[in-house]
Ligand binder design. Structure first.
Ligand code: ADP
Ligand code: ADP
Length: 239
């Protein structure tokens, strides 16, 4: 089943940079797609176009058959709830505990109705603790997020994103700030957590070896254009 579709998507930033040119691809449910390409090739722009953190200049992005650019207000918030995000720099709230950070996932990205009241149910709390347990972080529930190592922070990032119960998880350079051993742990956890819950994954990476190991599919970008789209073994033939 098709989940995400880019049709002739282009993006020109106000400074005149054309970050995406006529980008077309479709992602099916359950895929683990890596987007690879040098810095500045447009990887982040693709992810930001999915949940309308930027407005595209041309073409159509649709999620579950719904055109993203036409959504506003309540409909846009509902759409963003379906899309989790993980960041290179974790984007945790460092003054709060690990558990409180994960509970923020209940709000969905950019907040939501429960953000207004700031309340969580006991059920939410139980689920957050279970998720942290699954990621080997149960001991750290009541630690401040600022006290953790980089790899531990990203586990909290994963827990917060999964807490939101997204259909699609966007990961923007999730391991770029980590040492190789933490990076491996994070990629293993990311794959296991999302496979178990049938969450579709799109991951921006600049390490080809990691993309080859974890992806079901690789999209190669160069200067805003797709230069490769296929299975990892096809990429080996390509070079
Ligand atoms: P990547 O994630 O592959 O490094 P980006 O999508 O961040 O690439 O950037 C693609 C191009 O768009 C780059 O030339 C970058 O400088 C430019 N760019 C990204 N964000 C902005 C912005 N907010 N305003 C202007 N130019 C931007
Ligand atoms: P690592 O352990 O991988 O070296 P760190 O845990 O030192 O990584 O930090 C990774 C990122 O988190 C950095 O971008 C840093 O700026 C940010 N960061 C760390 N601690 C805080 C904090 N207390 N407040 C805001 N940002 C933080």
């Amino acid at each position: 089943k098709s989940l995400l579709k880019f049709e002739n998507v282009s993006k020109k930033y106000p400074n005149g940079v054309r970050a995406l040119k006529d980008v077309c691809f479709e992602v099916k449910e359950g895929e683990f797609v890596s987007i690879i390409g040098p810095s500045g090739s447009g990887k982040s722009t693709i992810l930001r176009a999915v949940n309308k953190l930027i407005t595209i200049s041309g073409g159509t992005v649709s999620l579950d058959g719904v055109s993203v650019s036409e959504q506003r207000g309540k409909n846009l918030r509902r759409l963003r709830r379906e899309v989790g995000m993980i960041f290179q720099n974790y984007n945790l709230v460092y003054s709060l505990s690990v558990l409180q950070n994960v509970l923020h996932g209940c709000l969905g990205y950019m907040g939501g109705i429960r953000g207004v009241f700031g309340r969580y149910t006991e059920e939410d709390k139980k689920r957050a603790i279970e998720l942290l347990g699954e990621l080997g972080m149960e001991k750290y529930c009541y630690n401040r997020a600022s006290d953790l190592s980089g790899g531990q922070k990203q586990r909290v990032g994963i827990a917060r994103a999964v807490m939101q119960e997204p259909k699609l998880l966007l990961c923007d350079e999730p391991i770029a700030s980590l040492d190789p051993s933490s990076a491996k742990t994070i990629m293993d956890l990311l794959r296991d957590m999302t496979q178990r819950r049938n969450i579709t994954c799109m991951v921006n990476l600049h390490q080809l070896d990691v993309a080859l190991k974890y992806s079901t599919r690789i999209i190669g970008l160069s200067k805003g254009e797709i230069v490769f789209d296929g299975a990892p073994d096809e990429l080996n033939d390509y070079f």
